[in-house]
Design a protein around this ligand. Sequence first.
Ligand code: NAD
Ligand code: G6P
Ligand code: MN
Length: 447
Amino acid sequence: MALKEQSIVVAGGGSTFTPGIIMMLLENLDKFPIRQIKFYDNDYDRQKQIADATEIILKERAPQIKFVATTDPEEAFTDIDFVMAHIRVGKYAMREKDEKIPLKYGVVGQETCGPGGIAYGMRSIGGVLELVDYMEKYSPDAWMLNYSNPAAIVAEATRKLRPNSKIINICDMPVGIEARMAEILGLESRKDMTIRYYGLNHFGWWTDIRDKDGNDLMPKIKEHVAEHGYVTPGELNGRPEEEIEPSWMHTFGKAKEVYALDPKVLPNTYLKYYFYPQDEVEHSNPEHTRANEVMENREKKVFSECNRIANIKTAKDAKLVTDDHASYIVDLARAIAYNTRERMLLIVPNNGSIVNFDPTAMVEIPCIVGSQGPEPLTMGEIPRFQKGLMEQQVGVEKLVVEAWAEGSYQKLWQALTLSRIVPNARIAKQILDDLIEANKEYWPELV
Ligand code: NAD
Ligand code: G6P
Ligand code: MN
């Protein structure tokens, strides 16, 4: 039977990840046929640069797909099956402030962790809720696959404030690390492994990894991680599968120290910010953070390549490549569109899956995904150390959403103080006051 052709809107059409996602969609048209792609962004000029190149790519490689780029929500969200959302409210200019303001006080400055993540969350909530509302107004049967960050806070906001909406929050970090594990094991694909994992987004652990015959793969991965973190054998030998920036290599190496604290499980890389915050601060340059790196590298590369394609009016020699890990987005869309019942890690309400944890927490756990959405698997009881960490962190995330919804200064101050990364309430307040000043345009008024 022929698969039904899908209509998609990419929200955040101007994202640096959009071309990679388009290339990935084009590579998967046999599995996920598409009749229409729309781009939606609230920055016309930024989106236009990506859209002009995309138009040429589609004309050359898949002329049957109808393509529209717009800043008009009605046009964008009408006649849609899937919203693929990756917006960055405030763009890199604000990411730079999220990273640099905490660093002024000797505190980790990071996109999704600690004060930077909280600040970004306070901007993202309104932006993502707006997308959900457009989707429900113009295509009430559609699903939103959201990877706009900070996914943990965004997920809690949609759970609390749009409880009936069809939105699934996802992250590429676990699949990225699993690809590294597969390389460590010499497997062809991460899909040769069946995993158990639980935690919050950017805050979790693998507890079991098996091959298709049920053999335990954890010991071999652990042996490698204990020595090299998630740096792959290829990278150790100077023959990497792909060139990774030094800051990410540092993160993959640091997983060795993160693992050492809790060696029964394998950690998500983001735990480094919570276990070794001082190391991260020492390693940071407060004048030049990850936002600067991304602006100088990925953003520059993607936009200049798109502009080049638009100028020469052909994408025959385009240097835009598929973002490997982005194929999980097609797996998820396929699962819903064609009821594939694929097993995937998603951010969903706990609802008893982790038995000894808040049922209303948004947790990242394996789910079976079909046309009705995700069915989470039971993860059982978790140990005190991880539970303690998760309770503190979920408290931060819930306080941020409450602060946003109620316009509460006090709750946001509490959220910052509760974050493991912030040393005390006084520093929390100083950072908060600077963040309020910087985010005037984006945050609700706090009283
Ligand atoms: P980017 O700044 O290049 O792109 C974001 C786009 O969103 C911009 O074009 C901007 O104009 C647009 N935008 C901002 N606010 C909007 C709004 N209210 N409505 C419509 N459009 C809006 O950012 P990027 O680095 O490409 O990242 C995009 C997003 O994807 C970020 O949230 C990032 O954190 C996230 N991301 C998530 C994962 C994951 O694992 N979940 C992985 C990679 C990136
Ligand atoms: C990983 C995370 C994303 C995050 C990204 C940051 O992929 O899962 O949530 O946005 O890293 O990468 P960047 O290259 O923008 O620093
Ligand atoms: Mn992520």
